[in-house]
Design a protein around this ligand. Structure first.
Ligand code: CUA
Length: 469
């Protein structure tokens, strides 16, 4: 009897949990209501079977409990019962599978009026490409991927010239218009998922997969990678912003095309020298950094990272937080640079600075820090040399007091949470993994040891030699 009561309690508890739990489907934001319907049908069928089987077991336990005057009877053949069981199971399985087949058929049949966007996944962020005015995508090849050409664009294909390249994990889509998302991976398996769209699909290296969806309401919806793809998988998120069609067209027109990226003039370090004058007051004449002025070392940092941060400061994606007092100062200086070309000139000049040995001011346990570092090294490079492929800057040789402050800023949401900061979001998540202040100091103590490795010095020496050639 106790077991029968326990079964019924479990049954009632499960049903109550299903209806009362806070973990329900997020409100739908696409045409895929049919996917919700199939989920609903699946729950009803499996729920009915779950209830029926448990009630039958509880009833059988009570009804056929042991009594001295009763014996069990063995009945290997019961045609009537078997027909019933086969019939009911067949109906149940068909009810589970059939709706899915219909939904799948429409899921893989893209409407003719759908516009296209290409979604490129990599460890551990997203990029997006629109076909431009000619309506067709230019050729791409993974072998052409470099730090400056993350999409692997083939410069010899004229169709690619007007392609619109969206770097970073935020994209906009127009409401009420079907869109076909072509999915491509640069490295390993990923999975593009937007929960509110009820749509997801794997990105398979070497293949082009797709899904289509019609966003039905405006708003911001998070893109999740739903395939375990390495150490930073959990941080591989993005945002799709569904907006009115006019706002979408405006935004799209403001994005750089491949042609405009190709047309960028080579940066001019000599022009950058003049632009550097106001920077020197805080960062030092050779970008050596100055802790009294709260100005980090610039010498040794890669140009692509400096340009991006200057763009962020200027646009308010960094330094606009009310608690970021030092960042606010930088905003004023970044605002003095006319455009991206000026930033590139400035960064090219900074790259000519010699790299002095690091100044170590933070004490910690580098052995303990090395364990945390494994997470960081996945993006920043095992030697902290910085990797443009993952958009992670050089950390080795950077001022340790500055690293500590930035980790704190990321953790507290002072940096990295602005929608314009395409890669800061990841760091904000990562910074929370580091732990308390002591763990942060241990980590930074480890980064300080990286600065001294021969590999880094070698890197730097070859870099400089190449540049002066
Ligand atoms: Cu990409 Cu998980």
């Amino acid at each position: 009897m106790a077991i029968a009561i326990a079964l019924i309690l479990l049954l009632v508890g499960s049903i109550l949990f299903h209806f009362l739990s806070p973990w329900q489907l997020t409100p739908l934001a696409s045409n895929w209501g049919s996917i919700d319907d199939t989920i609903g049908i699946t729950f009803w069928v499996t729920g009915f079977v779950f209830v029926a089987v448990n009630v039958f077991m509880a009833w059988a336990i009570v009804r056929y409990r042991w009594r001295a005057d009763r014996r069990a009877e063995y009945e290997p053949e019961n045609k009537k019962l078997e027909w019933w069981l086969i019939g009911v199971t067949t109906v149940g399985i068909a009810a589970l599978l059939a709706p899915g087949l219909f939904v799948w058929a429409s899921y893989v049949t893209v409407p003719d009026d759908a516009h296209e966007v290409e979604v490129v996944g990599q460890q551990w962020h997203w990029g997006f490409r629109f076909p431009g005015e000619d309506g067709s995508f230019g050729r791409v090849d993974t072998r052409l991927v470099t730090g400056d050409n993350p999409f692997g664009m083939d410069a010899s294909d004229p169709a690619g010239r007007d392609d619109v390249l969206v770097h970073g994990s935020r994209v906009r889509l127009p409401v009420d218009r079907p869109v076909k998302a072509l999915l491509r991976s640069r490295d390993v398996l990923h999975n593009f998922q937007v929960a509110q769209f009820r749509a997801k699909m794997d990105l398979v290296p070497g293949q082009l997969s797709y899904l289509w969806v019609t966003p039905t309401r405006t708003g911001e919806f998070e893109i999740l990678c739903a395939e375990l793809c390495g150490i930073g998988h959990f941080a591989m998120r993005g945002m799709v912003e569904v907006v009115e069609p006019e706002a979408f067209e405006q935004w799209l027109a403001a994005q750089p095309t491949y042609a405009s990226e190709l047309a960028r003039a080579a940066p001019d370090a000599a022009a950058g020298k003049a632009l550097y004058t106001p920077c020197a007051a805080c960062h030092g004449a050779e970008g050596q950094g100055n802790v009294q002025m709260n100005a980090p070392r610039l010498a040794g940092q890669d140009a692509w990272y400096l340009i991006r941060q200057l763009e962020y400061f200027k646009a308010g994606a960094r330094g606009a937080h009310p608690d970021d007092t030092h960042g606010q100062q930088m905003r004023a200086f970044a605002g003095m640079l006319a455009d991206r070309a000026a930033m590139a000139d400035l960064a090219a000049y900074v790259e000519t600075f010699p790299v002095p040995p690091p100044v170590i001011s933070i004490d910690g346990n580098p052995q303990r820090g090395a364990r945390v570092w494994r997470n960081c090294g996945a993006c920043h490079g095992s030697e902290g040399q910085g990797l443009q492929a993952t958009q992670a800057p050089r950390l080795a040789g950077q001022d340790d007091w500055y690293l500590e402050r930035q980790l704190e800023n990321f953790r507290r949401g002072i940096r990295g949470r602005h929608p314009g900061d395409a890669y800061g979001w990841q760091m904000a998540e990562m910074a929370r993994l580091v732990g308390d202040e002591e763990a942060t100091r241990d980590l930074i103590a480890h980064i300080n040891t990286l600065a001294l490795t021969a590999a880094n010095r070698q890197d730097r020496a070859t870099d400089l030699a190449r540049r002066t050639d």
